[in-house]
Design a protein around this ligand. Structure first.
Ligand code: CAA
Length: 260
């Protein structure tokens, strides 16, 4: 499928997806959300792709939120459908077998902050600004912000950010656990690619297992979560990659993982 509002570039097992609406700071309208959802579904089927990087076109924004101009005309029913589309897209990213690295190049506001929270690793350029400013528009987050933010930063901090609509800089975002690392703006993509390359060299069986164990495990009680771990741990022993990983260690060489 060819896309109008996003671009995808693939190399060395890494797919870089760019939101491509720089004139409106990469705001998410319905069409862009549908394209991004489709892109995740397609990459999921592409066995050569092992990791995805998500970023925004230009140097001003990752995603400045849902498209306010489109939302300003929505009825209650249309707003419901729009929120459902956004949630569906973010669940696709969160539940994807592919680790998603968000590279935050500027504003990640509203739907942009909600998108980075569905990713697995978040790297921010020093000039990034992150927040949930929806309250300033007379609404609240509609793509999971009221739910993922407290799970990530704790309910007190989440309520402060949601109630004030205050945007925070990259350093503060790192301090509260919303961002993994902060790098110079001109090193952002290079850093994301370096981390993506490292992950791409691992067993794709295990990157999938680890991601789903952490995500699913956090939503159930600890004993049930540990049962999930036992189940995946034991099934790892019927994979080529477990045998290869341990054999390579014992033979003092680098493993050659095949994702099988
Ligand atoms: N939707 C639509 N258009 C947007 C947009 C958005 N979220 N963010 C920016 N734009 C547009 C602006 O309207 C402007 O368009 P024009 O050139 O046609 O006027 C263009 O992008 C450039 O923006 P600014 O001139 O405002 O740039 P700035 O540097 O002065 O300010 C900014 C940057 C602080 C990010 C400011 O644009 C801003 O506050 N944007 C809105 C951020 C926001 O409120 N996001 C939350 C949206 S609601 C949401 O996301 C709900 C949800 O959970 C689903």
């Amino acid at each position: 499928m060819s896309f109008k509002n996003i671009s995808i570039e693939k190399k060395y097992g890494i797919a870089t997806i760019k939101i491509n609406r720089p004139k409106v700071l990469n705001a998410l309208n319905e069409e862009t959300i549908k394209e991004l959802t489709k892109a995740v579904e397609e990459l999921e089927q592409d066995k050569k792709t092992k990791v995805a990087i998500l970023t925004g076109e230009g140097d001003k924004a990752f995603i400045a939120g849902a498209d306010i101009s489109a939302m300003s005309k929505m009825t209650t029913q249309e707003a419901k459908k729009f929120a459902e589309l956004g949630h569906n897209m973010l669940f696709k990213i969160e539940n994807s077998r592919l680790p998603f690295i968000a590279a935050i190049n500027g504003y990640a506001l509203g739907g942009g902050c909600e998108t980075l929270m569905a990713c697995d690793i978040v790297i921010a350029g020093k000039s990034a600004k992150i927040g949930q400013p929806e309250i300033n528009l007379g609404i609240h987050p509609g793509f999971g912000g009221t739910q993922r933010l407290p799970r990530l930063v704790g309910r007190m901090k989440a309520k402060e950010l949601l109630l004030t609509g205050r945007n925070i800089d990259a350093e503060e975002a790192q301090r509260i656990g919303l961002v993994n690392m902060v790098v110079d703006d001109d090193k952002l993509i290079e850093t994301a690619e370096k981390i993506a390359g490292k992950i791409a060299s691992k067993s794709s069986f295990q990157t999938d297992f680890i991601k789903s164990l952490v995500n699913k495990g956090m939503d159930v009680d600890l004993p049930s979560a540990c049962e999930l771990e036992i189940s995946k741990f034991s099934s790892s022993f019927s994979t080529h990659d477990q045998k290869e990983g341990m054999k390579a260690f014992l033979e003092k060489r680098k493993p050659d993982f095949k994702g099988k």
